[in-house]
Design a protein around this ligand. Structure first.
Ligand SMILES: Cc1cc2nc3c(=O)[nH]c(=O)nc-3n(C[C@H](O)[C@H](O)[C@H](O)COP(=O)(O)O)c2cc1C
Length: 215
């Protein structure tokens, strides 16, 4: 495998910024978008349970309907693609069993070989309140968000992580409750507008010594 250089990694992470203005005419080519979808799917999660669904919305009418429920943020409508990262409202034993069945199939092992793991996972889920499960699931979506943004930056694609929206309104417009889903966080992706002054703003980050401690 060819590793990218450490310099390229840092260069791209400095290049990325929360894009405020996307060029509405600049579309992400299909092969790049496919890689970004693959990056979403490859995101690691706690126990590997993948409690998520990634809605990719390109329909302009649907996106226009979402804008007023996202503080009027134009990125929702203007970016090439909009991803709404969602979590299932219910994570129960059948959900765990479906995952374990998938693991048994993909690894060519008997389901019974996963009994111990199953016991651990069922205990984990049953030991939490619904609110704790919802919070746990939401955290997994944020891992996917980070993975998506970094992958996009490495491919020269701009993104804007967005919590500035009303999840209940998004859920209703996107008919998510009928699918047992709830929206967690959004991420428009595309290419920055040449007019976006935010692209040239200096990064504001705590000093390395302040946030990284070696022991
Ligand atoms: C979870 C999350 C939610 C955010 N929500 C919004 C948002 O709704 N609108 C927006 O313009 N920026 C949003 N941001 C962008 C942050 O303000 C931005 O990442 C931060 O100021 C650092 O700047 P940079 O990403 O340009 O380096 C969000 C960032 C994160 C990580």
């Amino acid at each position: 495998m060819t590793n990218i250089s450490h310099a390229t990694l840092i260069e791209q992470l400095k290049w990325r910024y929360a894009t405020k203005a996307f060029d509405p005419n600049a579309k992400i080519p299909a092969e790049i978008w496919t890689a970004l979808e693959d990056a979403l799917v490859l995101t690691p999660s706690s126990f590997g349970l993948q409690p998520w669904k990634f809605l990719v919305i390109t329909n302009p009418e649907l996106r226009a309907k979402l804008v007023p429920h996202a503080w009027g943020q134009a990125q929702i409508a203007d970016a090439s693609h909009l991803v709404v990262l969602c979590a299932p409202t219910k994570i129960d034993v059948p959900f765990i069993d479906a995952y374990l069945q998938d693991m048994a199939t993909k690894r060519g092992i008997p389901l019974s070989a996963l009994d111990q793991l199953r016991g651990m996972m069922v205990g984990f889920v049953e030991g939490m309140t619904d609110a704790q499960i919802a919070s746990w699931a939401a955290k997994q979506s944020y891992i996917a968000l980070g993975n998506f943004m970094t992958s996009a930056a490495l491919l020269g694609v701009d993104t804007c992580p967005m919590e500035g929206f009303l999840p209940d309104q998004f859920d209703e417009i996107l008919d998510l409750p009928a699918q047992g889903l709830h929206s967690i966080v959004c991420c428009p992706a595309g290419y920055r507008s040449a007019e976006d002054k935010y692209a040239s703003f200096a990064k504001v980050r705590w000093a390395k010594e302040q946030v990284i401690e070696h022991r």
